[in-house]
Design a protein around this ligand. Structure first.
Ligand SMILES: O=C(O)c1ccccc1NCC(=O)[C@H](O)[C@H](O)COP(=O)(O)O
Length: 269
């Protein structure tokens, strides 16, 4: 998990600087004016597999993505073609995103689906930032947080602010921790963050230990609409897809396919 450790170390410095420039009380003051929360949990719970479509410029495993659309344009396209939620990278250094990108997407009048603040959250401060800029959900990575009571506190903080938390794990132990922390939405990352290898089977095994009371999300490395159909067959409620959309020559068509709007009959049988 070398890459994750590096990102988290960098994030600690960034958060300290943000707190110096904009103290928590400033963010709390902005909460009143934030746009009302859209219901992320209900969006994922709707019948059929729910697509969370991701916006990022680059990633450590794949480098720069070829897409030339601005984030808000991409978000509108996702929103209008069957995605049920949008994940926007808030991290700038490793993913080319930013809080201002999340803010732009979350407040775009043509985006009608929930927006997740996708960040390496290590401090409740970041959850306040997410809500103050209009996000509807946050990502909490069990391994980055590294402590069950802090994870429990962060899930509660998100809920107190009206948001949902997608709690991400890599192993069965982390999934068990997410359950103990009362996560309502649990994501399993298919990508090994050391080797960057993707194994969709591994997440299926981990999913089987998560009680049905939580929604489950298959994250990373889904390459085709057939992978979405397979995830649904394996009992996942949602999928999180970035690269396969962002590198497509026809993003509209690709979003519709992952959202199950264009899947040919033979994939479903
Ligand atoms: O994707 C990476 O290279 C990566 C490296 C280090 C930490 C996290 C990383 N990815 C975060 C993600 O969860 C993915 O952006 C997301 O699941 C979408 O994956 P994909 O469809 O493969 O773009």
């Amino acid at each position: 998990m070398f890459m994750l450790n590096e990102i988290v170390e960098h994030k600690r410095l960034e958060v300290e600087e943000k707190k110096r420039n904009s103290p928590l009380s400033d963010l709390q003051g902005k909460l009143r004016d934030a746009r009302p929360v859209r219901d992320f949990y209900s969006a994922l719970k709707a019948p059929g597999i729910s697509l969370i479509a991701e916006i990022k410029k680059k990633s450590p495993s794949k480098g720069e993505f070829p897409n030339r659309l601005a984030a808000a344009e991409l978000a509108r396209l996702y929103s209008q073609n069957g995605a049920r939620a949008i994940s926007v990278l808030a991290d700038e250094k490793y993913f080319g995103g930013g809080a201002h990108v999340v803010e732009r997407v979350a407040n775009d009048p043509s985006v009608h689906i929930p927006v997740m603040y996708k960040e390496f959250i290590i401090d409740p401060y970041q959850i306040y930032e997410a809500r103050s800029i209009g996000a509807d959900a946050v990502l909490l990575i069990v391994r980055s947080i590294g402590d069950t009571s802090l994870l429990t506190e962060m899930i509660a903080t998100a809920q107190d602010l009206g948001m949902d938390a997608l709690v991400e794990c890599f192993t069965a132990e982390e999934a068990a921790e997410a359950v103990i922390a009362k996560a309502r939405i649990i994501g399993i990352n298919n990508r090994d963050l050391q080797s960057f290898d993707v194994d969709l089977r591994r997440s299926e095994d981990i999913r089987s230990i998560i009680p049905d009371t939580a929604l489950t999300v298959s994250e990373s490395g889904l390459a085709t609409a057939a992978d979405a159909v397979e995830a649904e067959r394996r009992g996942f409620d949602a999928i999180l897809v970035g690269e396969a959309l962002l590198k497509s020559n026809d993003i509209t068509q690709q979003v519709r396919a992952f959202a199950g709007l264009e899947v040919s009959q033979h994939l479903k049988s």
